[in-house]
Design a protein around this ligand. Structure first.
Ligand code: OSB
Ligand code: MG
Length: 370
């Protein structure tokens, strides 16, 4: 594949419903999309960085800067055999994994198209369908939260994850479990507790949660390991797992028993596959996280979720939960049983609505080899 040019763009999409975590509320997404033009195909990538550096250090603006200034120049004009050759070209740049992932994933999309196989197959997946859960943000009231859960269960989703924080944890687990004693239920703290709150966190054990996601600091294993020894509920790490070495360290330390894999957070498909393989070997289940993606990133998540180790329902849910109109065709749809069918056809398997993307674009730059 010869990488001839790259189109960077930022689009704006209002969310159907605001999404609130322990670090803040999002009502409208700014999303960095890119198109990678090779001599054989056009690959699409989405950078999953947020509007602000609150989930991780990266933001839409830092990703734009690093791609334009460093990562795109490292690719432009080069010929590479496989998408998995890209990470070596980015090595000199420290961090900025979401920016790197956007480019690498676009290359995987292009490679799958050139080989005339589905992206999920190129990644090594083999599921005909993937199991879906939902991530439900902090709401204005407990009643509103219960209503949302009811809606998602009726839609077929197989696991409910609720965002939590002090004052919105035991207070919601209690009424949820009173109404639905048996559902697969988990919570995500996005790092809002400290080890001094261990006694409080131990009370979560009463609610038979599938897991508690990233309770402590975003960059910590040591205190998570301490906490895990005192909890019955399994800890799942999200923010803290940046690469395969992190996964190995966390597993060996006993800092988690489940891993949430987000392809952008670990820097692209190559590293995501490596984290998956490592966890599988160690006997830890993994699942695919979400970052309020548009259809581009969503279709990448669908493909990744087909790998054998993704044995728990992920945060990969239907386009309509987020967007009035998604940027792909068909949109991502979830069956009444809570599954997404693995798409056929080469590449991501979803067509890009280029006219709609053009309309949503607020910023655009074409980068070519000089
Ligand atoms: O921690 O999983 C998270 C969204 C933005 C930032 C962090 C997280 C999330 C979600 C949403 O939980 C998952 C989704 O895309 O539905
Ligand atoms: Mg999370």
């Amino acid at each position: 594949m010869k990488i001839e040019s790259i189109t960077l763009r930022e689009i704006r999409m209002p969310l159907v419903h605001f999404f609130e975590t322990s670090f803040g509320r999002t009502t409208e997404r700014r999303i960095l999309l890119l198109t990678l033009h090779t001599d054989g195909a056009e690959g699409w990538g989405e950078c999953v960085a947020g509007e602000d550096p609150f989930y991780s250090e990266e933001s839409v603006d830092t990703a734009w800067y690093v791609i334009e200034r460093y990562l795109a120049p490292a690719l432009l004009g080069k010929t590479i055999q496989r998408a998995c050759d890209a990470p070596a070209l980015f090595e000199r740049v420290r961090g900025h994994r979401m920016a790197k992932g956007a480019l690498e994933n676009a290359l995987w999309d292009a490679e799958a198209q050139i080989r005339h196989i589905p992206l999920w197959q190129l990644l090594g997946g083999n599921r005909a369908e993937i199991a879906c859960g939902v991530s439900i943000g902090i709401q204005n009231s407990v009643e509103q939260l219960l209503e949302k859960i009811e809606t998602e269960l009726a839609a077929g989703y197989r696991r409910i994850k609720v965002k939590c924080k002090p004052g919105w944890d035991l207070e919601i687990f209690e009424p949820i479990r009173a109404r639905w004693p048996e559902i697969l239920l988990s919570c995500d703290a996005n790092s809002c507790y400290t080890i001094n709150q261990t006694e409080h966190l131990k009370q979560f054990d009463a609610f038979n949660l599938l897991m508690i996601e990233q309770p402590l600091w975003h960059d910590d294993f040591y205190f998570h390991a301490q906490l895990q020894r005192q909890l019955k509920t399994r800890i799942c790490l999200d923010e803290a797992i940046r690469n395969r070495r992190d996964a190995q360290a966390a597993i060996e330390l006993g800092a988690c028993k489940i891993i949430n894999i987000k392809v952008g957070r670990v820097g692209g498909f190559s590293e995501a596959i490596a984290v998956h393989n490592l966890a599988k070997q160690a006997g830890l289940p993994v699942w695919c996280g979400g970052m309020l993606e548009s259809g581009i990133g969503r279709s990448h998540n669908v493909a990744l979720s087909t790998l054998a180790g993704f044995t728990l329902p992920g945060d990969v849910s239907a386009s309509r939960r987020y967007w009035k109109e998604d940027v792909i065709e068909p949109e991502v749809e979830v069956s009444q049983q809570g599954f997404i069918k693995t798409p056929g056809g080469p590449g991501r398997g979803f067509k890009v609505k280029t006219d709609l993307i053009e309309k949503l674009t607020t910023k655009k730059k074409h980068l070519a080899a000089n």
